[in-house]
Design a protein around this ligand. Structure first.
Ligand SMILES: [Zn+2]
Length: 207
């Protein structure tokens, strides 16, 4: 868990490799379910095509299916999920039914001003989609494919501030909910290099 731009995806990918378990993010599993054409995938597609948020029951159904897959038999990493207390409660029920215990809730914390700086200076290639840190210049050529570098629409400073407000309001209560439930919540300082944060994560969850 952690605010947008905290490095969840990057650290999630590192954990996926080092632990040899699949990583599920809401976006990935929704796309996967759509491709597989499952009943729940179709349902999710309906909401996404209409530009609406996919309801929790649908997301939870898809997560529940993913967690029962063969590749998740030895464990899994959930990346950026659950986002709301309602999702956390739903996930808890699924895990209880499957007899699965969450080992740790990893929380990567980063100050708002740092997040705004990180995301509002991040550029993405309009051709190949590679994301560049706060080093490139707008409209410069992409170092990979020569395409034009642009800012993502939801990375503008005002939009990032809004996403942070939503995060603090919806997702921070999830952390309080886990702490109150007695789950192991590991807080990791998200300032530093990818390797520094990786080391803190590994020390925190004991891998
Ligand atoms: Zn490119």
């Amino acid at each position: 868990m952690g605010p947008p731009g905290a490095g969840k995806g990057t650290q999630g990918e590192i954990l996926e490799r080092s632990l040899g378990v699949p990583r599920f993010s809401t976006g990935d599993i929704l796309r996967h379910a759509r491709r597989q054409g499952t009943k729940q995938g179709h349902e999710a597609k309906r909401f996404m095509d209409a530009g609406e948020l996919v309801p929790d029951e649908v997301i939870l159904g898809i997560i529940g299916e993913a967690l029962q897959g063969d590749d998740a038999r030895d464990g899994f990493v959930l990346d950026g999920f659950p986002r709301t207390v309602a999702q956390a409660e739903g996930l808890d029920q699924i895990l209880e039914d499957l007899g699965i215990h969450l080992d740790a809730i990893l929380n990567i914390s980063v100050e708002d001003d740092e997040i705004v700086h990180r995301l509002s200076t991040r550029l993405v290639c309009s051709s190949c989609g590679i994301v560049l840190g706060p080093y490139g210049e707008m409209n410069e050529a992409c170092p990979v494919c020569g395409g034009t570098l642009v800012q993502r629409r939801d990375d503008g400073a005002d939009t990032v501030r809004h996403r942070l407000v939503v995060y603090r309001k919806q997702t921070e209560p999830v952390l309080r909910w886990y702490r109150a439930s007695g789950a192991l919540v590991v807080d990791v300082d998200g300032l530093g290099t990818v390797e520094e944060i990786r080391d803190r994560v590994q020390a925190g969850i004991g891998t």
